[in-house]
Ligand binder design. Structure first.
Ligand code: GLP
Length: 258
């Protein structure tokens, strides 16, 4: 795992976006794994700015990480809507090239298996963007997720429902179930890029990066991946015991590592 500590959340977004831009410049039909949530939103905003400067995302393909079960696609809380309004539209992506797991399928298991098959048919994910939950989840792979799990339905942890209540009128409105790419699915991406900012993520980052590999900290599965880049700001890095050992980057100097 490569850890890059940036001076601010804004730098995290810029650095992550640069990594995506370089991939797309090399491979205009690249397959991106798309995380939602607040963690990658600065990166998406930067990518929208890069689009305005001429980077073309119209042929890029995308697979979202996860979705709630039972929320209509048009509801603003659905990840289908979030992906559309925060990523696809601002980046000028082609909606027909973007998939989000189907949380409304009658047969969720079959829809999840088909999702993994669609990723494989696209040639696999080139770059999977990830956030991290306060309990160490990635996607919606909550603690105790099998480290080799595939895309599947999953129950949300109480903490996740509390954390995500801010997007709903009340905590009781947060769905109890979701569908998520599995940890095994995520590990198959050619490259992983996890972004995190803020004190709230410090413990999860420390456990994922420096703790033992454990299904209780699903993000620790990144330790198994040969090309995993973790980009965090100083506050998200504040729980790391060995931060001197990791690379600190500032502004354009960060380019050396992408
Ligand atoms: C959400 C999403 C994850 C996301 C994580 C952190 O519930 N399912 O994909 O990475 O939890 O969210 P945030 O970045 O908003 O803190």
């Amino acid at each position: 795992m490569e850890i890059v500590i940036m001076p601010s959340a804004e730098h995290v977004g810029r650095f992550a976006a640069e990594r995506v831009v370089r991939l797309v410049a090399r491979r205009p039909q690249a397959v991106l794994g798309l995380a939602t949530g607040s963690s990658p939103s600065a990166a998406y905003s930067e990518l929208a700015r890069r689009r305005a400067k001429g980077i073309d995302f119209s042929r890029v393909r995308g697979f979202a990480l996860d979705e709630y079960v039972g929320i209509p696609r048009e509801a603003p809380q659905s990840y289908f809507s979030v992906v559309r309004t925060e990523i696809v539209e601002p980046l000028g992506m082609d909606p027909s090239l973007i998939r989000v797991p189907d949380g409304l399928a009658v047969d969720l298991e079959a829809a999840c298996a088909e999702y993994d098959a669609a990723i494989a048919a696209a040639g696999g994910i080139d770059l999977q963007i990830l956030g991290i939950g306060g309990n160490g989840h990635i996607g919606f792979n909550e603690p105790t997720s099998s480290l080799s799990s595939r895309t599947r339905p999953k129950a949300l942890a109480p903490r996740t429902r509390r954390d995500n209540a801010r997007f709903f009128a009340a905590e009781a409105d947060v769905p109890e179930y979701c569908v998520t790419q599995g940890l095994g699915t995520i590990l198959e991406a050619a490259e992983l890029l996890l972004v995190a900012q803020g004190e709230d993520k410090a413990e999860a980052i420390a456990r994922a990066v420096e703790g033992p590999l454990s299904s209780f900290v699903p993000a620790s599965v990144l330790q198994l991946h040969p090309r995993a880049l973790v980009i965090i700001d100083e506050t998200a890095a504040s729980g790391l015991r060995n931060s001197d050992y990791y690379r600190h980057a500032l502004g354009s100097e960060a380019d050396r590592w992408v």
